[in-house]
Design a protein around this ligand. Structure first.
Ligand SMILES: Cc1cc2nc3c(=O)[nH]c(=O)nc-3n(C[C@H](O)[C@H](O)[C@H](O)COP(=O)(O)OP(=O)(O)OC[C@H]3O[C@@H](n4cnc5c(N)ncnc54)[C@H](O)[C@@H]3O)c2cc1C
Length: 272
């Protein structure tokens, strides 16, 4: 067996690629849970190991390790096997990706907004308001590099992207015009977004039988996307792929102007 990096002359299928380990997990405790809406919980994580956890860009990411047995159970930290995290018994740990908010690297705290969408390790844990639970945080992952000179932005996302969208509205240039489109599965999911002088915010409702992403796609189809517009979009993977096709293939927007991210996969667990 060969590992990546070794000199190799045979077929590439013989190569086992070992991925670089992600940053270490930093343990933290849930010190507060507040329901922003019936569909969104703000969870505050605090702990000395979070001191120095710095996030420089908006719409970045962190990975949250949950207690294996669910709310109220103790935290078990998995091992990196060269490719992914696994528990000693081979089971996959409950690790989910979230957007870091209100980071205080000096105090050692970070907030996350969790969508209460129903079944799912993260969603059920957050809905149980797990104050006192120990968790662990790894990251941060890359965020969005804002072009300070751009005149126009299109920001699109579903409920999972709402935390990032709020953050973007706080940092996008004040002179810019921003079309914001947010798809929600329930009107109760609407929140007050930070004010921006150039923002035009449109909420669209996803019907019970609609494919995730279809309501926001319809809204974007009805909008012009002038030359130079910068696009940031995130949501369900297949839904944002259709958006990518519209913007890149049909409208011809250069990929350098668009950042489009799949945040979850319909019918799949922890697939962000
Ligand atoms: C960079 C990045 C940033 C993210 N930021 C946030 C954030 O700030 N807040 C946040 O809540 N999520 C965020 N997500 C998405 C989040 O990681 C996923 O939604 C995650 O799968 C939820 O985990 P779960 O345990 O609740 O559900 P899972 O166990 O992963 O999935 C169980 C079932 O629920 C469905 N499902 C998963 N997520 C959703 C959803 N949002 N709406 C409806 N159905 C869903 C799945 O398709 C599956 O059928 C982010 C993802 C990425 C990649």
């Amino acid at each position: 067996m060969l590992v990546a990096g070794a000199v190799h002359t045979g077929p590439m299928s013989d190569v086992v690629r070992l991925r670089r380990p992600p940053p270490d997990f930093r343990r933290a405790v849930v010190t507060e849970v507040a329901l922003r809406t019936p569909r969104l919980a703000t969870i505050t994580l605090t702990g000395p190991e979070l001191v120095g956890f710095e996030v420089d860009e908006p719409a970045a990411s962190l990975r949250l390790l949950l207690p294996r047995g669910g709310v109220g159970t103790s935290l078990e930290v998995p091992e990196w096997d060269g490719n992914e995290f696994r528990f000693a018994d081979g089971a996959r740990p409950p690790i989910r990706t979230l957007t870091p908010l209100a980071v205080d690297a000096a105090v050692g705290s970070v907030e996350v907004d969790v969508v209460l969408h129903g079944e799912g390790a993260l969603s059920t844990w957050a809905a149980a308001q797990p104050v006192g639970d120990q968790v662990a945080v790894s990251g941060p992952g890359r965020g969005y590099e804002v072009d300070p000179d751009a005149e126009r932005f299109l920001v699109v996302g579903d409920e999972s992207a709402l935390p990032a969208i709020g953050q973007l509205l706080g940092v996008l240039p004040q002179h810019a015009h921003i079309d914001v489109i947010v798809e929600v599965g329930d009107t109760a999911a609407r929140i007050d977004l930070p004010a921006h002088p150039g923002a035009d915010v449109r909420w669209c409702d996803l019907g019970a039988d609609d494919a995730p992403g279809s309501a926001m796609l319809r809204e974007v189809e009805g909008l012009s996307t002038p030359d130079g517009v910068r696009v940031w979009a995130a949501g369900e993977a297949a839904g944002v792929q259709r958006l990518r096709n519209l913007l890149s293939k049909e409208r011809g927007l250069p990929r350098s102007q668009t950042v489009i991210r799949g945040y979850w996969k319909h019918g799949r667990t922890g697939a962000g």
